[in-house]
Design a protein around this ligand. Sequence first.
Ligand SMILES: N[C@@H](CCC(=O)NCCCC(=O)O)C(=O)O
Length: 255
Amino acid sequence: MENGIVVIPADIREFDGYVWHASPTQYVNAAIKGSHVQPLIVPALESGFDADRVLDRVDGVLVSGSRTNVHPSLYGAEATESHGPFDPARDATSMPLIIRAIERGIPLLAICRGIQELNVALGGTLATEIQDLPGRMDHRKPEDPDRDKAFAIRHSINVRKNGCLSAILGSQEPRVNSLHRQAISDLAPRLAVEAEAEDGTVEAVSVIDAPGFAVGVQWHPEYWVGSDEISDRIFAAFGEAVSAYRTSATRQAAE
Ligand SMILES: N[C@@H](CCC(=O)NCCCC(=O)O)C(=O)O
């Protein structure tokens, strides 16, 4: 775990009669196995979260997927039942982490809910229930209790030539899994589309003017780290960026 410390914003979950700050194991394990970093889960605080104090002490940010959705008020839409469920504490923690990490050049990898948060944080909007939109595929999680089947690789994506994702993936022709019912609608002005599904769903983005690695993917590479080349390459690239940031003058000055 020589590459540094990566913060993962928690989700709020209720079980065993308590409210928990929790993060799914698959992100923690992928960070360790695929990026060779030390993960650090930070609590989701609805108010009083100081992103800069956390970022002063870490070398990267990994924003995980989650069943909850970004609250529509954050991108100027009216909340309906189909927009839920929500996790306002997660929004209030991940959004400032994303914005400040980009501004400070701290490496950022945002997955599924994470790419949606990245788009909203930079001024974009989301579409909900995309499977009901004309011409769109069903990107929702397969109803299968077998997790390998739910996270199975399902569809191809078209990667933008000469983009940062194509530099990471090389000549691979990616196929990815899919477990979401929302997606990017209006792309934030500072984002470049790095990959799209056949139906036009944005599958990967990068931050155009970011001083460091800042990538979002709509699928779940973390699930297959260790057994899928595409997933391995994404987490390895993130780990390398975290390592480079850790030894940079910018990071040293933040101490
Ligand atoms: N809520 C958003 C984001 C989807 C996401 O992050 N999914 C991961 C959860 C996987 C699971 O259900 O086990 C959306 O649906 O678009």
